[in-house]
Design a protein around this ligand. Structure first.
Ligand SMILES: Nc1ncnc2c1ncn2[C@@H]1O[C@H](COP(=O)(O)OP(=O)(O)OP(=O)(O)O)[C@@H](O)[C@H]1O
Length: 262
């Protein structure tokens, strides 16, 4: 189990929990690629909020804008127009360096391909965001997170000496170490076998339930999305539907409806 800890201890987070607070808010966000007749509108006037302390899945047909949504929401890409607020901060107000610093300290990332640095040990990979920000991990905090994600005893290994599931655990620990405002996960179970995928989803669920983290996950897998509190469905760059407390059957039914309509 991940150890419970007050949300008030996270960098930049307010003391106490306001459960209705939006961790991420998009207002009229449009992202267009290219210009003129060949321009593609990947996100079209999207306005939505992600409630703090919840686990949200983003689904939709291929090309519906899921990756673009994640990249704009996480400050990896800039909308063509509209506003993205994360933890109350308007990302458009930040310069390039400030945005880099903000992503490092306030946002956690978990990718399908794990994105670990091969030359660093597990411990060095986990603590990298802190070292880049010029701070250090308290020994207790590192051990606590490593134990909670099942990596105790593996801290001296390098990524090549770990299984795919263990590598994704390192990525989750690295995302958790700064106690970020939001963790964005892009197909985090896409490269894993079903049993290992289940374990990784359970860890993300625990991060929400036990640590009150906010997790936003893009996935194609209805079984993965079923583990979340809410599924946001995109179609043709817009929010087409949302389902709370989703079941696999409901997710599949909305997805087939969207594929039929778009
Ligand atoms: N760099 C780019 N240049 C031009 N068009 C792009 C670019 N990135 C994405 N697009 C287009 O924007 C639309 C949305 O793409 P996006 O990758 O966000 O969709 P997606 O839902 O994540 O798709 P998938 O499920 O296939 O990964 C698509 O029509 C895509 O072709």
């Amino acid at each position: 189990m991940l150890g419970a800890r007050s949300r008030g201890t996270s960098p930049g987070a307010p003391i106490g929990i306001d459960s209705t607070r939006s961790a991420v808010r998009l207002t009229q966000v449009t992202r267009t690629y290219g210009r003129g007749p060949s321009a593609v509108v990947a996100l079209d006037q999207v306005s939505t909020g992600i409630t703090a302390g919840t686990f949200t899945a983003v689904m939709g047909p291929s090309g519906s804008g899921k990756s673009t949504f994640l990249h704009c929401a996480a400050g990896l890409d800039q909308p063509t127009s509209g506003v993205v607020q994360l933890g109350g901060q308007n990302l458009g107000d930040l310069g390039e360096r400030q945005l880099t610093e903000f992503r490092r300290t306030r946002i956690g990332f978990v990718f399908q391909a794990f994105n670990l640095l091969p030359s660093l040990t597990v411990e060095q990979n986990i603590t990298l965001p802190l070292r880049l920000a010029g701070t250090r991990a308290e020994k207790g905090a590192l051990q606590g997170i490593a134990t909670s994600v099942g990596l105790a005893g593996l801290l001296d290994r390098r990524p090549a000496e770990l299984s795919g599931g263990q590598q994704q655990r390192v990525a989750i620990a690295r995302a958790l170490i700064t106690r970020p405002e939001v963790i964005f996960a892009d197909e985090p179970t896409g490269a894993l076998d079903p049993d290992t995928a289940e374990e990784i989803l359970a860890l993300l669920r625990q991060a929400v339930t036990d640590l009150h983290q906010t997790v936003v996950m893009v996935t194609h897998d209805p079984a993965a999305a079923q583990r979340t509190d809410r599924v946001l469905f995109l179609a043709a760059g817009r929010v087409a539907d949302s389902v709370d407390a989703p079941s696999v059957a409901r997710i599949k039914s909305v997805m087939s409806e969207l594929r039929r309509r778009y």
